[in-house]
Design a protein around this ligand. Structure first.
Ligand SMILES: *Cc1c(COP(=O)(O)O)cnc(C)c1O
Length: 345
């Protein structure tokens, strides 16, 4: 989270704009929260130029709940195409198999998920109800540099790249993100869905997971994650203040280029993602040994460079450079990497 956002939230924590209440205490159906809710939705709509025939939903359950909600609402007992480029798309495909036929259009598993497929490598099936992919592979540090061209509805998990670059929403049937990577605190799942896709859910779909019901209820079938929605509004204000989403993309490219340029020159560190698949959000690499990886993370921590340990399924090192990371953070990391290399070659 950007520090300015945390400070703003702290200043309004006990008494939100003279209401005599904290946002944490308000009824989700009261007028004060209603305004926060409507404004946050409007801000997100404007930030992404979301067309009018789409609905923005603020749900609970995390990105993982959408692994099930998507097939329940969209597969209609038929078939769907999945591009498996990392752990989260693999989990999504596995979940979808419970509700219909899953065609794996691409799997990067054999290659250790180090790259994104080219368009002409995608094996698309004719009758797929949708094509599913994960834009940014948080664990492996890869990102799609293009929007796949498919002849069905495009569904995208952009949990770890939301708010980091413009997205042409009209190309998608549905986009969703667990908010905790780049949007707001944990607890909110943002779904942007084309309204015409609702109403096709399997009869077993729980009401809470039905896009049709959630659209009709404006995300208030039950209590939405009020505090997180408020925080998302503050995050979007901060982005707008900093020059908008294009500026977030520019900053992300500059930050990550510092690291990638250094990694390209170093003969000590081993890069994990292929050059054309590199993520501006998560930079993955390792040292020559697991012992040095551990020493790297420990010494980095002593310098205030935190959360560098790679995901438990991959090991190695991962630098996550979300919107809130100042360029100074990336510079400090490169300096530390140089020192560590010189000490250990
Ligand atoms: C973290 C993450 C998830 C899982 O998010 P939860 O909200 O914990 O379910 C899914 N997809 C991507 C791309 C992620 O980075």
């Amino acid at each position: 989270m950007p520090e300015e956002v945390l400070r703003k939230a702290a200043s309004e924590m006990l008494d939100y704009k003279g209401s005599g209440m904290s946002v944490m205490e308000m009824s989700h159906r009261g007028p004060v929260f209603k305004e926060i809710f409507d404004e946050t939705k409007a801000k997100l709509k404007s930030l992404y130029n979301v067309p009018d025939d789409y609905e923005i939903l603020f749900l609970q359950g995390g990105a993982t709940s959408q692994f099930a909600a998507i097939p329940m609402n969209l597969i209609e007992g038929g078939k769907a195409d999945y591009a498996v480029t990392g752990r989260f798309s693999a989990l999504a495909a596995e979940e979808a198999e419970k509700y219909g036929n899953v065609n794996i259009s691409f799997s990067g598993k054999g290659e250790g998920f180090k790259r994104i497929p080219l368009q002409n490598e995608l094996r698309l099936s004719d009758e797929a109800k949708y094509f599913y992919y994960c834009d940014n592979n948080t664990i492996y540090g890869t990102q799609w540099s293009y929007i796949p061209d498919v002849n069905t509805e495009l569904v995208c998990d952009f949990s770890s790249s939301a708010l980091s670059k413009p997205m042409e929403i009209s190309k998608f049937g549905l986009l969703y993100a667990g908010a905790q990577k780049n949007m707001a605190p944990a607890g909110l799942t943002t779904v942007i869905v084309k309204k015409s896709l609702s109403g096709r859910e399997l009869p077993i779909t729980p009401k809470i997971m039905s896009y049709k019901v959630q659209i009709e209820k404006d995300s208030m079938l039950n209590t939405p994650p009020c505090w997180c929605i408020y925080m998302l509004g503050l995050t979007i204000d901060w982005i707008t203040d900093k020059g908008g989403i294009e500026m977030m993309q520019k900053n992300a490219r500059e930050r990550s280029a510092l690291l990638y340029d250094f990694l390209d020159e170093s003969s000590f560190y081993i890069k994990m993602a292929e050059v054309n698949s590199r993520s501006p959000m998560n930079v993955t690499f390792r040292t020559p040994s697991e012992e040095l990886d551990a020493a790297f993370c420990k010494e980095a921590e002593q310098k205030g460079l935190l959360s560098l340990k790679g995901h438990k399924s991959t090991g190695g090192i991962r630098a996550s450079l979300y919107n809130a990371m100042p360029i100074e953070g990336a510079k400090a990391l490169v300096e530390f990497m140089k020192e560590f290399e010189n000490k250990n070659v």
